[in-house]
Design a protein around this ligand. Structure first.
Ligand code: TMP
Length: 211
């Protein structure tokens, strides 16, 4: 590689898409590529961001207004960029984040029906001109994802939403992927785990060979 700047890779998908096991596989592939890697997540990724995450996911926070939710997500993101993402990339460390701003368009924009122009305003405030180098979208039918997610214990504030909410989230992710094909790779996550993993591995290797 010709420059020292790290690469920023994000992983997205609806509930139950299998992000956790995908994250491990992606991390192994990147480390095999011989570069230092920081794994992180949103909302969260910093001590302050993790406290904001607790608020966002707490199912007792029934009165949280949609604007509050959007602003909290971006507050956590501002801290994450400042404290982890940008310094890591500048030091040549690659960053792999479990979700980033595409999730805000999908959940707060499509899911909650929020004003997309406002999300774009916040995006331009918090990280102007900065987008992931690669976004892997694990896609699967909503019913299947929710069925898988329901086996994980007490549902958080988002997991309590109806299937229709997640359908709009999924549709938004797919639209964003279609409109930015250079950045996105869509992985069919409805298949058996070994097939999903093989596709992920191949997709990553092909992408790594291009940079
Ligand atoms: P997860 O890490 O288990 O996927 O949970 C994070 C939840 O937060 C998930 O339901 C999606 C939601 N979320 C948003 O609503 N907006 C965002 O911008 C991000 C990053 C996550």
């Amino acid at each position: 590689m010709s420059d020292q700047q790290g690469r920023f890779i994000t992983l997205e998908g609806v509930e139950g898409a299998g992000k956790s096991s995908a994250l491990e596989l992606i991390a192994d592939e990147i480390r095999d590529h011989g570069v230092p890697l920081q794994i992180t997540r949103e909302p969260g990724g910093t001590p302050l961001g993790e406290q904001i995450r607790d608020l966002l996911l707490d199912h007792r926070q029934r009165e949280m207004a949609d604007d509050t939710e959007t602003l909290l997500v971006f507050a956590a993101r501002a801290q994450h960029l400042h404290q982890v993402i940008l310094p890591s990339l500048a030091a040549g460390t690659w960053v792999l984040s479990d979700r980033f701003t595409d999730a805000t368009y999908a959940y707060q924009g499509a899911g909650r029906g929020g004003d997309i122009a406002r999300i774009t305003q916040l995006e331009n405030w918090v990280h102007p001109g900065f987008t992931p180098d690669l976004t892997l979208l694990l896609d699967l039918p909503v019913e299947l994802g929710l069925q898988r997610a329901s086996m994980r214990g007490i549902p958080d504030r988002f997991e309590r939403e109806p299937a229709a909410f997640f359908q709009t989230v999924r549709d938004c992710y797919l639209e964003r992927a279609a409109s930015a094909p250079n950045r996105f790779r869509v992985i069919d996550a409805s298949r058996p785990l070994d097939q999903v993993q093989e596709t992920l591995r191949q997709t990553l290797r092909e992408w790594l060979a291009t940079i």
